[in-house]
Design a protein around this ligand. Sequence first.
Ligand code: HEM
Length: 381
Amino acid sequence: MFSSLLAASLLSLALSASAFPEYRSLAGLSAAEVRAVARTFTSTPGAQPLPPAINDTSSKLVYDDAHPWEPLRPGDIRGPCPGLNTLASHGYLDRSGVATPGEIITAVQEGFNMGFDLAAFVTYAAFIVDGNHLTNLMSIGQKTPETGPDAPAPATIGGLNTHGAFEGDASTTRDDFALGSNFLFNETLFDQLSQAAIDFGSNGTLDINSAAVHRHNRILDSMARNPNFTFVIPRYLTAYAETTFPLAMFVSNQTSDSSMTLNLDDARSFFQNHKYPDNFFRRNGSYGNDEVGTLITEVFELFPDILPGNNEGAGNYVLDPNDPGFNGDGTCYAYYKQTNFTLSLYPDPTDELRTALQQNLATFYITLGDPTCEEVFPFGQ
Ligand code: HEM
């Protein structure tokens, strides 16, 4: 994902049907359980190859008649990502909030013009630790039976809300896990983002400067108050990436150089209500690895003092000398870390699960697009 960034300016610096036997009556099941049964029997089991990249990456109306915003139904799941939440609330993703990695990769391209390379890397970095390898389903929020039967512990299959797998600290509008809800919109944090836009932005709108100020403030706040603050790869990289996402993808008809700024009403619409502003056009040209690398560099260079590390008690931030951050090959490092984390969740998988893990890790490796990273095969080849 960040290989271009690192190479550039910052270098110097199957499901078993047994869980839902067919003879079991659906009477007495909750709506969510019924949907889980339906999904179970219709979803394609096992790991799946990457979907194709979309061809047309021009700007277009995405808040169209085919994608109305709808309020949540009982049991629908939303999580820490305002991008995925919005796609689910407009039907680009299944409105339940449970989706396959392929569906997510296609939806972020269609609905926001996120680049295929970035979309694939981010999705698989999350899926291998938070998704269900046998059913190929992942929750974009809390853990749910709708992703199908669980693998044995220590596998969690907890969805994107799971702290420390992919989700992490110092988020834009969500609290640290140790301090509050790590997935619900937090008005105080949104107000801080707004204040940064008012004080340092472009005529009260969010721009690179003000987004960088908020990014830095969020890190300083976590350092000061969260005894468990953890700011290492992958979170270190995703924290800066998520700072650029609203600028690049929440601005209607954004230009390919992402130079337009974000007004605060539109920001709230995404962050809080998971809703496209009326007449919303996706950006012009995709926002992929090259583009995110450029914007992250701009954000980081405004406050280049933050290096990877973690708190040993509130106010005591200790650097991690092994973590390259932006000063080495963070992409490979992220690949090895997520792969090792996956292995720790699945120390002894059964045959079918092992095959799915093998295939999904192979797909994750492909998403790196970086032949200098050495591929590893913890589940065999
Ligand atoms: C490609 C698949 C994606 C996945 C798997 C994903 C997942 C996540 C997760 C897990 C978080 C929480 C990070 C944390 O707080 O530690 C997050 C945050 C965020 N994501 Fe996504 N995301 C994806 C795509 C997108 C897209 C396309 C956008 C914008 C259009 C977006 C915008 C954001 C923003 C702005 C945040 C910060 C939320 C906040 O703290 O207020 N994401 N994402």
